[in-house]
Design a protein around this ligand. Structure first.
Ligand SMILES: N=CN[C@@H](CCC(=O)O)C(=O)O
Ligand SMILES: [Zn+2]
Length: 412
């Protein structure tokens, strides 16, 4: 099966195979081809170029993209899209004056979602979660990382990871699974953090490895959750089971978690709403990418990750949704890109780079996803007719997507 897209107003993010992420001032450049075509064979991009160089219109399917922009689908490298129920009551509680921390201290927050999930069957959890997966695919997400972390018992963590595995099997988008057993201290271990970490290390990790349930290991390295010492121990143990670190860090407090992540060769350090100069220094000359989650800052009114400081220091930055029931009940990457431009002063070029090629890097898939490159997966967004790509983040809140293709197939 071949698909030819013709008359593309502008084809965005055209890259050579060897570009796996872009850093610093290079993020300001978004390579494009105006008046372009793109040819897909089965699930793969095989050719593209200027319309004037197109020699044949022969293909099983031709899509005329006159006036439209084509770009790679979003890669969402940080989500908690598998969860049960919602936390709309906490949303109202926060409007009425309670903070995220106060709600958590009352047994709400992550523990609230964990209780709900523990009482939800695997089938029900799957059904609730795939509604959101279908939604984000329509919004242009073609690859997604999904974390566990609302189970907090061996049984419930494995349930979450099996649901993620099933999503991976049943849906065409690329899925990477992350084990986040150390998301919060469950009630049963309120005064026994060591006991809970022992449970994760001695019981959960071997089972996860045996069933091949995760690629990455995460921990909420934060005051009131898990310390540097806990993080060091868990990441060391996780790596023994073949899991690469990707950690939640510097969301509310900066106390050295980024340097620790870099020490463990973490693929990404995520959140970074609080950032010190030494954190920036720690990231320099590392393979670890910073991931910002602007929808989380928006929803719970915390500072935005200082993107300018990160990029202007020559570092790469990725953007992700953080889709979860507590701090970000939205997986809309179009909103993430707009918000990064509006609130974090990222240029449209930087934001699109951050949500495609750099986001693919942050989930370890940039060899196959995140740019328009011969041989990469044909995961594409075709927009409605728009004046330019600047219009996409500019006219925020409006759906600019006409068609999404995943593995070369039009999403119905
Ligand atoms: N900060 C830790 N984890 C999630 C939120 C968890 C929750 O409140 O349910 C996050 O990334 O924002
Ligand atoms: Zn998160």
């Amino acid at each position: 099966m071949t698909t030819l897209i013709t008359n593309i107003k502008e084809l965005l993010q055209v890259r050579d195979t060897n570009v796996l992420k872009v850093s610093g001032s290079n993020m300001k450049t978004l390579p494009t081809i105006k008046k372009a075509y793109l040819l897909i064979e089965h699930d793969t991009i095989i050719e593209y170029g200027s319309m004037q160089d197109l020699t044949t219109l022969e293909a099983d399917q031709v899509i005329d993209a006159t006036g439209k922009i084509v770009l790679p689908t979003w890669c969402d490298s940080h989500t908690h899209i598998v969860y049960a129920g919602n936390r709309e009551q906490e949303f109202v509680d926060r409007i009425n004056g309670l903070s995220y921390e106060e709600i958590a201290n009352r047994g709400g927050g992550i523990l609230n979602s964990a209780e709900n999930l523990q009482n939800t069957s695997e089938e029900d959890l799957y059904q609730q979660s795939i509604k959101r997966v279908k939604q984000v695919m329509k919004l242009g997400t073609g690859a997604i990382e999904i974390k566990s972390g609302y189970g907090l018992t061996t049984e419930a963590e494995l349930k979450m990871l099996r649901v993620i595995k099933r999503i991976k099997k049943e849906f065409p988008l690329k899925v990477k699974a992350t084990f986040l057993g150390a998301h919060a201290l469950p009630k049963a271990y309120k005064d026994n953090k060591k006991g809970y970490l022992d449970l994760i290390i001695n019981d959960m990790l071997p089972k996860i490895e045996k069933e091949h349930l995760a690629h990455y290991i995460d921990i909420f390295c934060e005051k009131g959750y898990f310390s540097l010492e806990d993080t060091d121990r868990l990441l060391t143990e996780g790596k023994k089971h073949g899991l690469t670190p990707k950690i939640h860090v510097n969301q509310f407090n900066a106390f050295g978690g980024i340097a620790l992540g870099v020490k463990h060769n973490a693929l990404s350090v995520d959140h970074l709403e609080e950032l010190k100069d030494e954190d920036i220094e720690a990231l320099k000359n590392s393979n670890t990418i910073a991931v910002a989650l602007p929808s989380c800052s928006y929803f719970i009114s915390i500072p935005y990750t200082p993107a300018r400081k990160i990029i202007d220091a020559g570092l790469p930055l990725a953007l992700a949704s953080d889709y979860n029931p507590g701090t970000t009940p939205s997986g809309n990457m179009n909103f993430v890109v707009s918000t990064a431009c509006i609130k974090m002063k990222m240029t449209p070029e930087e934001a699109i780079n951050a949500a495609t090629i750099n986001a693919a890097y942050a989930m370890g898939i940039s060899k196959q996803y995140g740019s328009i490159t011969r041989g990469k997966k044909a995961n594409l967004i075709i927009t409605n007719p728009v004046p330019s790509y600047n219009y996409l983040p500019y006219a925020f809140g409006e759906n600019h997507i006409d068609t999404v293709l995943i593995n070369g197939n039009i999403l119905e």
